[in-house]
Design a protein around this ligand. Structure first.
Ligand code: 2AL
Length: 248
């Protein structure tokens, strides 16, 4: 089966790292196609970045319609454009934050999220609430590591994430760490070895979950909330994404 892994930022290096992490866990016979939007920020570290990233995800998923994709993963921890992607295609779509929260809650009574810039914590905290994981998520912790510093990550950066994780486990009395950025995916195994608790990378988990859903023949329901977008005129640079003709 073919899985589309969308890196919502425009860093090609990060897309390559995400693709490698996805291929490392994909089943034999799963074809990983990793891509990124044609526009938008090189990293997503706030609400303004995220607004464009969501449109970028919509662009990529819209372009993938009819291409035989069996499942889609949105590989940014804010899950930008998740609902839009579910409207655009019938194949199951999973965001890495929701995948990681579900996996962590199946393993531990409490987990902590360790993420990048402190200013992105509110994005993860709102997703915890939106997805209903308030009882299991015991804390979201920023490291103030810029997302792009995770490309070709230095030993010091890994040590910083390890230290933040140890502090989070102790302070939150939690038993698992959720990595709060797709750029941390390549570090997952190393951190799990060092920390001795489950370390959850949403990219890997989302690939396995979407593979499972697709293999079970489960898809996004198209009769209600995730029905395709209604036809209407669209304007400007986005006109090609609408159905219903040009805006008057
Ligand atoms: C992310 C992520 O996963 N990709 C990105 O550009 N920013 N998340 C984050 N918390 O910084």
């Amino acid at each position: 089966m073919k899985l589309l892994i969308v890196n919502p930022n425009t860093s090609a290096a990060m897309t390559a790292g995400i693709a490698e992490a996805a291929r490392a866990v994909a089943a034999p016979g799963t074809d990983i196609v990793a891509t990124q939007p044609s526009f938008g920020p090189a990293s997503i570290e706030g609400h303004f970045d995220e607004a464009f990233a969501a449109a970028g995800v919509a662009e990529v998923v819209h372009g993938a319609r009819g291409s035989g994709v069996a499942g889609v993963v949105i590989a940014c921890f804010g899950d930008p454009g998740l609902d839009a992607a579910r409207e655009a295609v019938e194949a199951p779509v999973i965001g890495i934050a929701e995948a990681a929260f579900h996996a962590a809650s199946l393993l531990a009574t409490g987990f902590s999220v360790v993420t990048t810039m402190t200013r992105t914590c509110v994005i993860a905290e709102r997703l915890v609430q939106r997805y209903g994981f308030e009882r299991v998520c015991r804390g979201v912790h920023g490291t103030d590591i810029p997302v792009l510093a995770l490309e070709g990550c230095s030993p010091q950066t890994v040590a910083q994430i390890e230290a933040a994780s140890r502090e989070a486990l102790a302070r939150d009395r939690s038993e698992a760490i959720v990595l709060g950025c797709a750029g941390m995916a390549p570090l997952c195994r190393e951190l799990q070895q060092r920390l001795g608790v489950p370390v959850i990378d949403g990219v890997a988990v989302a690939v396995k979950l979407v593979e499972a859903l697709a293999a079970l023949g489960l898809a996004t329901p198209k009769r209600g909330d995730y029905a395709p977008p209604l036809p209407k005129p669209w304007a400007g640079w986005a006109a090609g994404f609408g159905t219903g003709g040009a805006a008057g």
